[in-house]
Design a protein around this ligand. Sequence first.
Ligand SMILES: Nc1nc2c(ncn2[C@@H]2O[C@H](COP(=O)(O)OP(=O)(O)OP(=O)(O)O)[C@@H](O)[C@H]2O)c(=O)[nH]1
Ligand SMILES: [Mg+2]
Length: 256
Amino acid sequence: MGTQLTVVVPALNEERRLPTTLTGLTAALACYAPASEIVVVDNGSTDRTAHVVAAHSGGPVPVRLMQCAERGKGAAVRAGILASDSAFVGFCDADLATGVDALAGVLVQLGAGVNVVVGSRAHPGSTVCARHSAVRLAGAWAFRRAVRELVPGIGDTQCGFKFFDRATAHALFQPLRTVGFAFDVELLARAQRAGLVVSELPVQWTDVPGSSFDAVRDGYRSFLALLEIRAILAAESAPSPSVLPAFGAVEATQSA
Ligand SMILES: Nc1nc2c(ncn2[C@@H]2O[C@H](COP(=O)(O)OP(=O)(O)OP(=O)(O)O)[C@@H](O)[C@H]2O)c(=O)[nH]1
Ligand SMILES: [Mg+2]
């Protein structure tokens, strides 16, 4: 039997958080989806991230390491997803802030034909245990407001836990241009524009110390990324010059 599910874990200098994550994730996958694999995608970590992956490679679920030349969480997730040919693919963070039990719901929803399953801290059935700073909370609030127009109706775009059927994943990740933390917004906007079935899933989310997200630096970059995403999608949906009527044709239509 081929691999049913690939879980991509983007990781940059995660030697401390990754061991617990790989232990928990392999145990959960062995239970919920035995024909699965974990692909850790690194961007040249300078710590023992690669050793941690090697130490878990002999467990109940294959774990392998992939290098991605392009920096950024979005670029790493994209590389891992596009390299997979499993029936279902998705990603979760190296801190495993989202409880692995949500995988059961993921498999039910994908099996029922949902194209994009979005772990969501905004779901009424979710529990969230967070210890974010006031700056981070204010930034997250402003970001959610700014995102509303791009992805209406989705309560949480940034939870690092999303899963797709293979065709959907390839259609969404192939054209993806956002390489940093805001890549999820571009993905979801593309999914909505394509009329795909997107479903938010309740999660148990617990903040794990050691985040690489800098509220000021990455927050600023994420807001800039929203402007870029808006411009990219607008340019893609604008009619190409070849389908616009020639100037003379417009004149002819108007004078008719
Ligand atoms: N490969 C790769 N992974 C990255 C990069 N930046 C972040 N990540 C990974 O992306 C995941 C999410 O990063 P976190 O540091 O937990 O940040 P976050 O989940 O957005 O923020 P918190 O809510 O504070 O945890 C982790 O698995 C990181 O290792 C990057 O440049 N390359
Ligand atoms: Mg995190």
